[in-house]
Design a binder for this molecule. Structure first.
Ligand SMILES: [Zn+2]
Ligand SMILES: [Zn+2]
Length: 162
């Protein structure tokens, strides 16, 4: 594995956030952060754990969970519902704060998308009802092209259903 390139903005925002709580970056936390943001894939806590252990066999599971909740609280990482049994974490909201997900209902393949019409619509609806929009994320369940043309997705076995 090469050195992952992590958006320096993430470290800057993280340090600000930690400082506000009287915390600082530690080697242990950095391993989790590196594991979380060296990918654009969505991941579960277990998947993050696998990656963290590859980076540092001494990684601690307690630190993993504590760091995960710090990252979610800081807004750098978002918990998302992808219709799976486990909570998924999404590292892409820093770069794409208004992205949404299209999910194949068979193989669970995930495609991220942004659409300014959707943003406009969300703003309009919120304002009309007297709210100020903060965050929204749309999940569209659909069938991918493979499913439509072949009747079944290649990756179905791998995903193990819902
Ligand atoms: Zn996403
Ligand atoms: Zn599919």
């Amino acid at each position: 594995m090469g050195q992952p390139v992590i958006n320096p903005d993430i470290y800057r925002r993280l340090e600000e956030f930690l400082a506000g709580k009287g915390l600082r970056r530690t080697r242990q936390r950095d391993v989790i952060i590196e594991a979380a943001f060296s990918t654009t894939d969505h991941f579960t806590a277990d998947e993050l754990w696998e990656r963290a252990r590859q980076l540092d066999p001494a990684a601690s599971r307690a630190t993993l969970y504590r760091t995960l909740s710090l990252l979610v609280e800081s807004g750098l990482l978002r918990e998302i519902d992808l219709g799976m049994q486990q909570t998924c974490y999404d590292p892409n909201f820093v770069d794409h704060p208004r992205h949404n997900h299209l999910i194949c209902s068979d193989c669970r393949k995930i495609v991220e998308f942004e659409d300014k019409h959707l943003n406009l619509l969300e703003d309009c609806i919120s304002r009309r009802l007297g709210f100020q929009p903060q965050s929204t994320s749309l999940r569209i369940e659909a069938s991918c092209e493979t499913l439509r043309t072949m009747g079944v997705c290649e990756e179905r076995k791998k995903s193990g259903g819902r």
